[in-house]
Write a protein that binds this ligand. Structure first.
Ligand code: GTP
Ligand code: MG
Length: 337
């Protein structure tokens, strides 16, 4: 049976991975093996008791507490680079049949560095990897971090010369309530991974390891020209579209129009069938499960983040005028009397 090795990095990654381990995965789907990593102790309480937090040591805030990156992506780069290699080396023996998932926010300071480095390291070792990336546009910093982390993934993909498969989410709805939006996204991610675990379980008819590694590395399909942005965005749908096809799983490779995000060409389509009776019973109501890899979406995601960045900068420009304060004389240590 295939395993899903899921690595939750940073605050958001740890939180979401904890939700996945609690929700569980359907029996007879791929078994989950969770790993939690961070530069901070702040989220250690969310790590389930039976698991440990892999600590990427940074400056300690006190004797025994790790300080995190506080949203600054550059603050722990060298430590993280070193630790990511150590972490991957320490993962248990890799075997054919296993799949890797890396979960992290794009917008904080730690996972936004850990997760891309980790993904590149796994891909370099030819391990089939899916990235769950959570963007955020609530502040200029989180939005800019999201944009730069997405660009990091593009650069990483070019360096390892492989497409990166990503499920992309953004916490910030135009007028939405932030907390309910995060909750919705977390639930969506849990459902997507439960579906993914069914698809990669190797218990399905006509959908085997090669089919699933190809949807993660669409360059394996002769019909799909992977654009040089290197990222394919995976989306999951479970649709009640055809009552007659009760136990169908479909994976699709698609080219997407970069600007309008309209799907312009279905390049590959692979249909598999659920064979396992328990799985049919458990997930049958959500079938068919359709996993789509779209290879042209990243430029429009980036354009969107860059437009938001411009809005933040424009609205702050005027506010920053007239903020200078005259203190008058002060003594050597800055005291004003
Ligand atoms: N969807 C989702 N987003 C979350 C969750 N927890 C935090 N976030 C978002 O993640 C972003 C912050 O990133 P974190 O993951 O906390 O950052 P980090 O990687 O730990 O990095 P530092 O804390 O800066 O060292 C914020 O924009 C939050 O809105 C969660 O459970 N779900
Ligand atoms: Mg953190």
């Amino acid at each position: 049976m295939s395993k899903l090795i899921i690595i939750g990095a940073g605050g958001a990654g740890i939180n979401i991975l904890n939700m996945i381990t609690k929700a569980g995965i359907s029996p007879n789907a791929a078994v989950i093996e969770p790993y939690f990593v961070d530069t901070s102790d702040a989220n250690a309480n969310v790590v389930p008791k039976e698991h440990t937090l892999f600590k990427m040591e940074t400056i300690k805030s006190t004797e025994d507490r790790l300080a995190g990156s506080g949203g600054e992506r550059q603050s722990n780069v060298d430590t993280i680079k070193h630790n990511v290699k150590v972490f991957v080396d320490e993962l248990p023996a890799k075997k054919v049949g296993d799949f890797y998932v890396v979960i992290g926010s794009l917008s904080g300071g730690s996972a936004s560095v850990i997760a891309p480095l980790l993904t590149a390291e796994l891909l370099k070792r030819d391990l089939p990897t899916l990235v769950i990336a959570v963007g955020d546009s609530k502040s200029e910093l989180t939005n800019l971090n999201s944009s730069n982390t997405l660009k990091t993934y593009v650069a990483m993909s070019r360096m390892v010369n492989k497409p990166i498969s990503m499920m992309y989410f953004n916490n910030t709805a135009p007028d939405g309530d932030e907390n309910s939006r995060i909750e919705t996204i977390n639930k969506q991610i849990v459902l997507n991974l439960q579906g993914f675990a069914v698809m990669v379980s190797e218990t399905n008819q006509d959908m085997d390891y090669s089919d699933m590694t190809s949807i993660l590395d669409v360059s394996k399909y002769k019909t799909i020209d992977v654009p040089d942005n290197g990222i394919n965005i995976l989306t999951f749908h479970s649709k009640d579209i055809n009552k007659g096809t009760e136990n169908i799983l479909v994976s699709r490779g698609i080219t997407t129009d970069e600007v309008s995000m309209v799907n312009v060409a279905s390049k590959h389509d692979k249909t598999g069938y659920l064979r396992d009776k328990e799985l049919i019973e458990l997930v049958g109501k959500n079938l068919p499960l359709i996993l789509t890899a779209s290879v042209g979406m990243v430029p429009s995601l980036l354009k969107n983040l860059e437009e938001i960045d411009k809005q933040f900068k424009d609205s702050n420009k005027n506010l920053m005028k007239n903020v200078h304060v005259e203190t008058g004389e002060c003594d050597d240590e800055g005291l004003v009397f």
